[in-house]
Design a protein around this ligand. Structure first.
Ligand code: CAO
Length: 416
């Protein structure tokens, strides 16, 4: 079976997390991703958060599977010549340098288009055009600027960033979508185009329910928020909502058996209106089924603290997995809070390919995530990340068209 992106060649000028997330996705689907790195230096993440001395970090390996690595000093004359040839030969160029870095290198979008009018040129930047366009941006800056931090955390406490890398990996996902859309458009137009994704915009796209709530505030309090039931007045902006559900069905994180000693002994519990009677039976409150103070979602809204308190009295007598086993057949939506240890050891995730064990020549075996998107007619397997410059010679020969002597001279020059 062929892979979905077989035949698409990507010039991968990305580093750290946002850009590499995007190109790794494309590589998983079969694109030939040629990662360009500075000779002797490479992507900074190769050396960051190392767990084994002198071995590529898990940070790097887990973001750069299925790629080829070439070293190239794109600021030297010979390096620019090679880069020009690579631009001619590739379908897509992806970069997430600081604003203006490619222009300073001598390769603004206009020049890239001139070299290859079919080129799709995709960039991640922290911000779009405007007052912050020149800023360098990392994950948590994007979470703060995109509305996530101000709406995450407990009411009255400091804003909170999330563990999910919505600024970096989230923007990489958006960019990959932009690239395949542009590839599809190129089929009809015959032309490439520029694809841009700002991390602030990517985070905001994922935080849209909070922008929804900002506008609802103009028409009254947000009555599904816990603070409504607690009688705490709303301010002018969407508040932090703790673990309240973001949708129309109230939900919270509740303690389970052993919560005193196990930091992850919790369950998410949603009091979905359609199964309210089942909830009442399970927690031993059958009288709430018909009581007008509890029987309807609107009647419960000012009493959510009491309702979830009663549910928690019950969940604290069960493990988080027992809660799941009891509630699932009754269609009550619950979710055990899984630790990374539990996820890493979950064999069902290995079977689906959500978690994959990979062998690396220098670090040995390690776990990584697999492609979460499955296509029925094109496989997607995970191959180890490349060593720095592992594919320089073959790419210089087969893609750039250099002879062995020219490769040796370019190396002597410090260009590769
Ligand atoms: N050959 C020659 N020079 C190279 C090169 C190569 N192969 N690869 C990179 N360089 C140069 C760049 O041209 C740049 O030079 P100038 O400063 O002279 O223009 C320099 O290396 C450093 O690039 P940078 O400014 O992008 O890197 P940084 O470590 O200072 O900043 C980051 C990192 C992520 C803050 C910045 O790249 C950025 O804001 N990117 C956009 C937003 C983004 O993707 N952020 C998420 C990162 S993941 O958390």
């Amino acid at each position: 079976m062929s892979k979905a992106l077989d035949g698409v060649r990507i010039l991968d000028f990305t580093h750290v997390q946002s850009g590499p997330t995007c190109t790794q996705l494309l590589a998983w689907f079969g694109a030939d991703v040629i990662k360009v790195e500075r000779p002797g230096v490479g992507d900074a993440t190769r050396g960051q958060l190392r767990d084994i001395p002198d071995v590529d970090s898990l940070y790097f390996t887990m973001l750069n599977h299925n790629k080829r690595s070439v070293t190239l000093n794109s600021k030297s004359d010979k390096g620019k010549e090679i880069l020009t040839k690579l631009i001619e030969e590739c379908d897509v160029m992806v970069e997430n340098f600081a604003p203006g870095a490619l222009d300073r290198m001598g390769f603004p979008w206009e020049r890239i288009q001139e070299i290859n009018p079919k080129m799709i040129y995709a960039s991640v930047k922290g911000f779009g055009p405007g007052p912050y366009a020149d800023c360098k941006v990392y994950e948590n800056v994007a979470q703060c600027a995109g509305g996530s931090a101000s709406t995450t955390g407990m009411l009255g406490e400091v804003p909170m960033v999330t563990g999910a890398q919505i600024g970096d990996s989230g923007t990489g996902l958006h960019l990959a979508f932009g690239i395949v859309t542009a590839l599809y458009h190129r089929e009809q137009s015959g032309r490439g185009q520029r694809v841009e994704c700002a991390m602030q915009d990517g985070v905001l796209n994922l935080c849209r329910v909070k922008l929804r709530d900002q506008q609802r505030l103009a028409h009254g309090p947000l009555n599904e928020y816990s603070q409504f039931g607690e009688g705490i007045p709303f301010g002018e902006a969407t508040p932090r909502a703790g673990n309240d559900s973001g949708g129309g069905q109230p939900g919270r994180i509740l303690k389970c058996k052993d919560w005193e000693t196990d930091p992850d002994a919790y369950t998410y519990f949603i009091t979905q209106a359609a199964v309210w009677k089942n909830v009442c039976d399970v927690i031993g409150k059958p009288e709430w089924k018909e009581d007008p103070d509890y029987a309807t979602p609107n009647a419960r809204l000012p009493r959510l603290g009491e309702v979830f308190g009663a549910i928690e009295d019950w969940t604290m007598t069960k493990t988080k997995f027992e809660v799941l086993e009891i509630c699932n057949p009754l269609n009550i939506p619950v979710g055990p809070i899984l630790s990374m240890k539990e996820i890493a050891g979950d064999m069902s995730l290995r079977e689906t390919g959500a978690i994959v064990e990979v062998d690396h020549p220098e670090r040995g075996k390690y776990l990584t995530v697999g492609n979460p998107v499955k296509l029925s007619d094109s496989p997607s397997d995970v191959e180890r990340s490349p060593l720095l410059g592992e594919h320089t010679d073959e790419v210089m020969r087969d893609v750039v068209g250099l002879s062995d002597e020219e490769i040796a001279a370019a190396r002597e020059d410090g260009a590769i």
